[in-house]
Design a protein around this ligand. Structure first.
Ligand code: ZN
Length: 188
């Protein structure tokens, strides 16, 4: 099972909506195994199939809270409901997130406190996730990837300009930019 290259902002697969998974084949099972391995190697708390160049509605997630409760899984063809956003500006200390497709950076972003996600697991069994806090943030972020949206697309104007500046400096924002965990050194 290889660690897959992760596409970076600017690659078209990250900026278009992904397609539903029609049937769960051996190919899909192998892809998901590679996605778990890639997410763990990065390391990341979530990974969507478009990030590894596959335009399908699949994401993996893994997160351990302060009490050490593990939370890990994969969801196919998800739908998402969320509690409306609280008004106001995000707190940079408490509400900053990052993305393996814009690696080494974090920016503040307001997200909904609570979400429900439904879909199926790798056996085709229906799954419902009802979570809040960081888990809710992770699911919103990964669901966005399936819609062709990066969190950097949602930032305020000032941070949006910073993102463009960083992308220019690093040669991102073009088709084919990618990095491979464990192979490419990233400038933090
Ligand atoms: Zn991401």
């Amino acid at each position: 099972m290889p660690v897959l290259p992760i596409r970076i902002m600017g690659d078209p697969v990250l900026h278009s909506p992904a397609s539903p998974v029609e049937s769960i084949t051996d190919e899909i099972r192998a892809l998901v195994a590679d996605m778990f391995e890639t997410m763990d190697a990065a390391p990341g708390v979530g990974l969507a199939a478009p990030q590894v160049g596959v335009p399908l509605r699949i994401f993996t997630y893994a997160y351990e809270d302060d009490e050490g409760h593990p939370w890990r899984g994969v969801i196919l063809n998800p739908e998402l409901w969320m509690r409306p956003l609280e008004p106001g500006a995000p707190d940079p200390d408490e509400e900053s997130e990052g993305c393996l497709s814009f690696p080494g950076e974090r920016f503040p972003l307001r997200r909904s406190d609570a979400v429900r996600v439904t879909g199926v697991d790798l056996d085709g069994t229906p799954v419902t996730l009802e979570v809040d806090g960081w888990r809710a943030r992770i699911l919103q972020h990964e669901f966005d990837h399936l819609e062709g949206v990066l969190y950097v697309d949602r930032l305020d104007d000032g941070d949006g300009k910073t993102v463009q500046k960083i992308a220019r400096k690093r040669g991102w924002g073009r088709p084919g930019a990618a990095w491979t965990p464990g192979v490419d050194e990233l400038e933090a």
